[in-house]
Design a protein around this ligand. Structure first.
Ligand SMILES: NC(=O)c1ccc[n+]([C@@H]2O[C@H](COP(=O)([O-])OP(=O)(O)OC[C@H]3O[C@@H](n4cnc5c(N)ncnc54)[C@H](O)[C@@H]3O)[C@@H](O)[C@H]2O)c1
Length: 406
């Protein structure tokens, strides 16, 4: 049985599903090609992803390929209830609703595992960690985000990974586009919806210059913001410097910024000390996976007033007001709808092919974190170009010889 907020929202969810599907051709073409052979017949998929309109396109497609799909949300707050209702109306088991408590969120994941899935698809690692504790027999899993992969690599190092996991996040057709352009656009959208203030001329501090950070910094720059980057990796810091951004430690940036966006996947990026040194009116938000980057606990223990949906005003002991977007949780998924469908078509094509790869190869694979095979990555890029009728050059025989004859 599903557990969702409101089944009557199914029609609204269907319209959203159709809108997304029309803009996810790379994925839908792949699904159409595979549909006849029903490669996922008799397979149960346990899925923990953000329940959005784009995810509904993936899940409906997987069901069409023969799978029994059981899903829960990848974050306690981000489930879109109309999409959950639509998926439920189409026979997918859904255990997800918006604004869950942590125990509710954990319960949903445990319910997914009770269906004894053969393959798991996770976003952040919470479902896989629970499957490890329950010692379930799983063929393998796929992982959507950087933080999940960091967690499994740590388990694998200690010899504690119980099944193979494909690092979908690290495919070039995922990370380069989803983490960079997807988060870049949806972060601007989330911050604009939360605060509706001007970016132009604002000093915007971006913590982390990895895939997310550079995507966010580029888009903020495009909006006319003066961007400052903080980093711990000398190469990334040098790249940010060469890309024209000011680079400095957070202790210095905290005193200068108007808007702060954390993009690191690391904890304690903006601490109480940083917050107390900020200018009156500073706006803070996070787009890293977990809500550990900004000291939201400190901020939310001050005199707090919700001034707009997803924006809390926190009055500090020094009388300065500091504003927190979506309580320090993934702002681009809570204050906005997350990545656009064209981007998710690339990420979810990687999910689809990686699920099929596990099904075919799991007996040969070790309990390790594996990359998405290069052929899959290249094929998805080619499919994306084809779908937009973009042609590229091919190496001639002479050119290939030139490279291989040294
Ligand atoms: N919100 C979304 O839609 C979304 C999408 C994809 C990934 N993510 C999550 O975002 C986070 C970052 O992902 P990514 O792919 O950019 O990872 P990444 O590894 O490419 O980048 C993280 C960067 O943060 C830097 N960093 C680490 N500690 C720091 C510190 N103390 N101060 C400043 N910089 C620091 C690292 O050096 C690195 O350059 C992860 O948690 C990931 O799971 C979120």
């Amino acid at each position: 049985m599903s557990k969702i907020k409101d089944p009557s929202l199914a029609d609204k969810g269907k319209t959203q599903y159709e809108w997304a599907k029309d803009h996810m051709q790379v994925l839908t073409h792949a699904m159409t090609k595979l549909k006849k052979s029903r490669p996922l017949k008799n397979i149960t998929l346990g899925v923990c992803l953000q329940i959005t309109k784009e995810t509904s396109v993936l899940l409906m497609g997987l069901q069409d390929l023969g799978a029994k799909v059981v899903c829960c949300g990848g974050n306690p707050l981000t489930t879109q209830d109309d999409i959950a209702a639509f998926l439920d109306s189409q026979g997918i088991k859904v255990l997800a609703w918006s604004n869950q408590t942590k125990p509710e969120y954990d319960w949903c994941q445990n319910m997914v595992l009770q269906h004894k899935p053969d393959i798991l698809t996770d976003d952040g690692g919470d479902l896989n960690i629970k499957a490890h504790k329950a010692k379930l027999r799983i063929f393998g899993a796929t992982e959507e985000t950087t933080t999940g992969i960091t967690r499994y690599q740590s388990l694998a190092k200690k010899g504690r990974l119980q099944y193979p996991i494909i690092a979908v996040n690290n495919a070039r057709t995922k990370m380069l586009f989803d983490n960079q352009y997807g988060t870049g656009q949806s972060t601007i959208d989330g911050f604009l919806q939360a605060m509706n203030l001007l970016f132009a001329s604002k000093r915007t501090v971006i913590a982390g210059y990895g895939w997310l950070g550079r995507g966010v910094a580029k888009r903020c720059q495009g909006m006319g913001a003066k961007c400052i980057v903080t980093e711990v990796d000398p190469i990334k810091a040098l790249e940010a410097h060469m890309d024209g951004f000011e680079v400095m430690p957070m202790s210095q940036a905290a005193k200068l910024g108007d808007i702060f966006i954390t993009c690191t996947g690391m904890r304690n990026i903006i601490t109480k000390q940083h917050i107390l040194s900020m200018n009156d009116g500073a706006v803070l938000g996070n787009v890293g996976h977990f809500d550990v980057e900004i000291d939201a606990k400190f901020l939310l223990s001050q005199k707090v007033r919700q001034v707009r949906p997803n924006l809390d005003e926190c009055v500090l002991p020094n009388k300065n007001k500091v504003y927190l977007v979506s309580k320090g949780r993934v702002a681009n998924l809570i204050a906005s709808e997350g990545h656009p469908p064209e981007i998710m078509a690339l990420s979810f094509s990687n999910q689809l092919y990686s699920i099929l790869y596990i099904l075919k190869n799991h007996k040969k694979l070790k309990n390790q974190v594996y990359p998405v095979p290069e052929e899959i990555d290249n094929q998805i890029a080619q499919d994306a170009l084809d779908s937009e009728k973009i042609k590229l050059d091919k190496l001639s025989k002479k050119q290939i010889q030139y490279h291989t004859s040294w």
